[in-house]
Design a protein. Sequence first.
Length: 287
Amino acid sequence: MTTSQHILACIDGSAVTASVCDYAAWYANRVNLPVGLLHVSDVPASFRRDLSGAIGINSREFLLEELAQLDEQRAKVVNSYSNALVQDAKSHIRNKFGDLEVLIYQRRGKLLPAIEHFATANRAIVMGRRGEDHKYSRINIGSQIETVARASDIPVVICSETFKEPRSYMIAFDGSKTAIKAVQMVAKSPMLKGLDSHVVMIGNHNDAAKQSLSAAAAQLQEAGFSVKAHHLSASDAVDGLLKFQLDNDIDMMVVGAYGHSKLQQLFLGSTTTEIIASTLSPVVLLR
């Protein structure tokens, strides 16, 4: 297992792979770390175990041998695809971002265990908004996003499909413990320092909310950020945040991710998911 830190870019060959590489490289440059390219091959199980007891004794050995050959061929194709994918991604980053160090990781199985394998080295995780399994879905969220975000205590960046170097960002702030922690994480990292900064609260027009918003802005200012606080009215928090983003040409959104349990979300919905699904800009999820 690697011990040096990196920005882990999870690539799968989908349409957002180039964007994942670009944002990971941009992030890595901001914090002076290498990019770790991770491709996980989820190879389907062999059919041999399902057929070994169901076929006739005379044909069993011959058919199982053929299935074994098919399994071997399938594994070779998967390996060749993975090798080509990571090498193309590495070349893409080198061509666009110069001599940035790029590390390559290839694993079999599921994405989350692969990410957790590098847990001590991961400074941040970068994923595409849509994975290969959701490329034709109307709701453009890959199935792995919530799973990874809920399991991570480091930033998870969800990419838009076209890279645009961020010049500004906004923090969606509601005064919750999750939002307060998100502000603390931003304040401690150089990743967003120097960019045009906004902390935006929708509704909650009471003294406690106002004080919480002021305290969040003050914390960022004390950490050297130039930040503006905004307390706005809107009938819907997500609509209000998206309107502010559009009106002010904000490049990146920062969200305290999944503050409620999955059970609570059955009744309350998820602001985090709504924001990811509704904006084309990259979203930084912080827990």
